[in-house]
Design a protein around this ligand. Sequence first.
Ligand code: SF4
Length: 279
Amino acid sequence: MNQAPALLAEPLTFRRDRPLNVAPVAATRVAVETAVSEPQQTSEGKLVFTDELAAEIQRESERLEGASPEEILRWTVERFAPKFTMATAFGPEGMVLIHMLAEIGPDTPIFNLDTGYQFQETLELREEVKRRYGIAVEMKRPLTTVEQYEQQHGGPVYRTNPDQCCFDRKVKVLHEAVLGMHAWASAIRRDQSPDRAKVPIVGWDKKFGLVKVSPLANWTKQQVWGLITKHNIPYNPLHDQGYTSIGCWPCTRAVLLGEDERAGRWSGFAKTECGLHTS
Ligand code: SF4
């Protein structure tokens, strides 16, 4: 299990009485202005992975390793907005990042990959986010409805080939959703699974051609839920019924005592990830 960085011994909250241009942020801004130039992009607006960008990613990832999620988000917003976006499935980690972004980068476009198979509770959480933070999470959908998709394939693809289903209804949609963007935030934690254990704070996402920032990489489940409780951050009520990780309803079940927190995803298949966070 990862140790929380020493910096996290301080309260992990933003406060309205704490101005955003406090010293660490000002220092970050100076560093950005003096050490890096605008990232190169193609005529279609796609980020070019130059040696300079690779060096910046490595340098910033190392520098931010001990930073708080808020500091990581501030750097990301300052460096990449308005070409910085976030995808959320409205999990507890995503809700924590939305809570932080409401203060740090309220104009950040946030979207959800609406496969057509999401739980009603998940969809309702979108409305709660709008009420609480004034943030309208955009629902990005595949070209086909669930009915059309299942008809085309002779039945539910999640039963026979969940990799294909996730590719068609999530990965392809994400490719479209991030066109013109340079960076995206993920809400993954290193201690969630062996697949996620090595995620850097800032990395290059080869699959989507984006800088990928994981502000909660060093956080634990306890820290996430601690912040949710402290600030009464909305969360999916299914978590109170044993669903530790929530995706589409056909591929999610509640976990049993002692099971891994992602054991309820694609139960019965070797699959552990939907393909968004794998290279
Ligand atoms: Fe399809 Fe299941 Fe993937 Fe959702 S999680 S896209 S239903 S395979």
